[in-house]
Design a protein around this ligand. Structure first.
Ligand SMILES: Nc1ncnc2c1ncn2[C@@H]1O[C@H](COP(=O)(O)OP(=O)(O)OP(=O)(O)O)[C@@H](O)[C@H]1O
Length: 379
């Protein structure tokens, strides 16, 4: 199969359990040879999508298309799809070799070929020489490597990975993230990886589907999703964001924090209510005279390679700022940014809703500012 061919599509796929609609009109299109991630909070429907791909579940409506054929009713064992789970799901009474050889044996592959396959797979996951080990002699990370080898030994066209790294500690997770990506590139098969960890999704994926409430909120490259979130949910879920209400003065002029800024990429209509997103790393401090607005430093935490600072403007908006130098609690400073880093999102709501939200937002900010005071460790 060529790298750019479509391997899997969902066409208006929906799934309900009784009255509960868990997936709503999902459209997906996966090319062969890519690393895809389904990213979203718990309960957003990520595992359900995997189960529809693997054949554990059938859609209530719509079509699941694999290699150009509708496979809604194709039994799981007839699909060239394997899944790696968070809890490894290995056979504890078999050694490493027998676990990896399980699939090829079911397919009645000749034993010398199986031996070759197991050797190749164990080498791929860096477990050569572990053939005779019992599963319970292995660490969590090693067990997950065996689970990956066992899944890949079936020669799947699609490998599904359901939060495979969530049970591992932070350092090991990072190592396995890189290794999984290397394995995927080397084998050239399509991976569909599920996580609720945005950092993991950004680091690993060619393409991300951000999910919430059974709906794909946004899809795109990691850069697209981070730089151009389409709505409040995505902007908040992916990284940290400062989101403030604004209004378009014209199609290229946005008004917020009491000033007008040029933003030619916004593609919005004059007078349209919008939300303005500024990432904490795009903000900086300067003198009050030079600042685009004046803020008071309320709180700061040291994060290793940067300081995370909470500052409040005179309208009680809280701004999260990432800078390399510490600030002084209580000091009034200027807050500045490059207008090019302003990102604008459409806000679909009535004027009353907008006003009510604005009011609630200001109250929240006032509360947050109140609770943030005095919690700073060092001036
Ligand atoms: N068999 C079932 N019967 C009823 N509801 C279910 C069933 N399976 C899943 N759900 C519901 O479907 C929704 C989506 O579940 P799903 O497991 O796909 O979410 P998820 O995004 O993978 O979350 P998590 O990371 O917690 O697994 C949840 O609200 C869940 O309670």
């Amino acid at each position: 199969m060529q790298a750019s061919e479509k391997i899997l599509e969902f066409k208006q796929v929906a799934l309900s359990f009784g009255e509960t609609e868990v997936l709503k009109n999902i459209d997906l299109s996966l090319d062969s040879g890519q690393f895809y991630t389904l990213l979203g909070p718990s309960g957003s429907g990520k595992s359900t999508i995997l189960k529809l791909i693997s054949g554990q579940l059938q859609p209530s409506a719509g079509q699941v298309v694999f290699d150009g054929k509708v496979i809604n009713d194709l039994p799981a064992e007839k699909r060239r799809v394997n899944t790696v789970f968070q809890n490894y799901s290995l056979f504890p009474n078999m050694n490493v070799y027998d676990n990896v050889a399980f699939g090829p044996r079911l397919k009645k592959m000749a034993e010398p070929l199986i031996e070759e396959k197991v050797k190749e797979m164990l080498s791929l996951v860096k477990l050569s020489g572990y053939e005779n080990r019992d599963i319970n002699e292995l660490s969590g990370g090693q067990q997950q490597r065996v689970a990956i080898a066992r899944a890949l030994a079936n020669d799947p066209e699609l490998l599904l990975l359901d939060e495979p790294l969530s049970a591992l500690d932070y350092k090991l997770r990072k190592v396995l993230q890189t290794e999984l990506r290397t394995i995927q590139r080397r084998l050239g098969i399509t991976f569909v990886f599920v996580t609720h960890d945005q950092e993991e999704a950004l680091a690993m994926s060619d393409w991300i589907f951000v999910m919430n409430d059974g709906v794909i909120q946004q899809q795109g490259t990691p850069e697209d999703i981070y730089d151009e979130p389409v709505n409040n949910f995505v902007a908040n879920f992916i990284g940290e964001s400062n989101i403030v209400p604004g209004i378009m003065k014209s199609d290229y002029l946005v008004h917020f924090v009491g000033k007008d800024f040029e933003n030619v990429d916004a593609g919005m209509r004059p007078n349209e209510q919008v939300e303005v997103v500024l990432r904490p790393e795009d903000l900086d401090f300067t003198t009050p005279e030079e600042g685009k607005l004046v803020v008071t430093i309320k709180n700061q935490s040291f994060r290793g390679d940067y300081y995370e600072i909470m500052a409040q403007d005179d309208d009680l908006n809280i701004w999260q700022v990432q800078v390399t130098n510490p600030a002084k609690i209580g000091e009034r400073v200027g807050l500045t940014f490059d207008p090019e880093d302003i990102h604008i999102m459409r806000y679909d709501e009535s004027e009353e809703e907008f006003d009510a939200r604005l009011e609630a937002y200001e109250e929240d900010n006032a509360e947050a500012a109140g609770s943030g005071e005095g919690t700073h460790e060092s001036d």
